[in-house]
Write a protein that binds this ligand. Structure first.
Ligand code: HPA
Length: 268
């Protein structure tokens, strides 16, 4: 695994430094259609780059222009539950950071734990709880990248959250705000685990995002995070959870979501 090799290959295709990296969550990949002058690179063509094993996660980096900014979007992320290990999970984020991004916008599909939420809501992530018993910084510290003991007081940039809230107001979107809790998956949580999540202060639960955010922060990259609440978490409604439902809801809100995120990127 050699990040340098991946970065060198990408630099043979792209002759600018992207300013913003965007990780697109389940069902939100179409956001990349908003990127102009796009250059797409398949993960499979990048030396050392891991491949997602999840059906429907196509696996492409999409470079281009979005609202006056040079961006790179990741369509298809590696989830820890795929079993490729934490290093491969965060490999793409390390590559984005190495390419020079200053800001990372992370998005995910998540279960609503806060009972005031409704499927279809968008939640600005204001903090997270790492409940997965792993951390991508375990191992020798890369001192040239960041500190051994990383401060996580403001994992999700206060300034960017404020901007995102203002944009929501301007576009008349009732955006929520809250804490995202990372469970490894791949099974959905039990009702008792969801109760636990709520007691611990979580507003949404999901199977991604936290490892990528830790790596970005370690490298001094600012983070803005959004959860699409695709379903109420297990046990809240008297019905089982189904991945199809998650995809159907993210499909329903993806256009509004894209408009909102685009507008936020424009002013940030
Ligand atoms: N739990 C975990 N991950 C998820 C959920 C959920 O309820 N919905 C979408 N991703």
């Amino acid at each position: 695994m050699d990040i340098k090799q991946s970065v060198e290959y990408i630099k043979t295709k792209i002759n600018y430094e992207p300013e913003v990296g965007i990780i697109l969550g389940s069902g939100l990949g179409d956001f990349a259609d908003n990127i102009n002058n796009s250059i797409e690179i398949d993960y499979a063509d990048i030396p050392g780059f891991p491949q997602s094993t999840v059906v429907g996660h196509s696996g492409k980096l999409i470079f281009g222009d979005l609202e006056g900014k040079k961006v790179v979007a990741m369509k298809g992320r590696i989830h820890f539950y795929e079993g490729q290990g934490i290093d491969k999970t965060v490999y793409p984020t390390k590559v984005l950071c190495e390419l020079g991004i200053k800001t990372l916008v992370v998005t995910n599909a998540a279960g609503g734990v806060n009972e005031e939420f409704t499927p279809g809501d968008i939640m600005i992530i204001n903090d997270h709880i790492n409940f997965a018993s792993t951390n991508p910084l375990i191992g020798p510290n890369e001192d040239d990248k960041g500190p051994r003991f990383l401060d996580m007081t403001e994992a999700y940039s206060k300034d960017l959250r404020k901007i995102a809230k203002n944009v929501a107001k301007e576009v008349g979107l009732d955006v929520k705000e809250g804490v995202y809790m990372w469970f490894t998956g791949p099974c959905y949580e039990t009702p008792s685990e969801v109760k636990l999540a709520r007691i611990l202060g979580a507003d949404s639960v999901g199977m991604s995002t936290v490892p990528e955010v830790i790596i970005a922060r370690h490298r001094g990259v600012k983070v803005l995070g959004f959860s699409c609440i695709t379903n109420m978490a297990s046990g809240i409604l008297d019905q089982p959870l189904d991945h199809k439902e998650v995809i159907a809801v993210s499909d329903r809100i993806k256009d509004d979501f894209a408009k909102y995120v685009k507008e936020t990127i424009k002013v940030m």
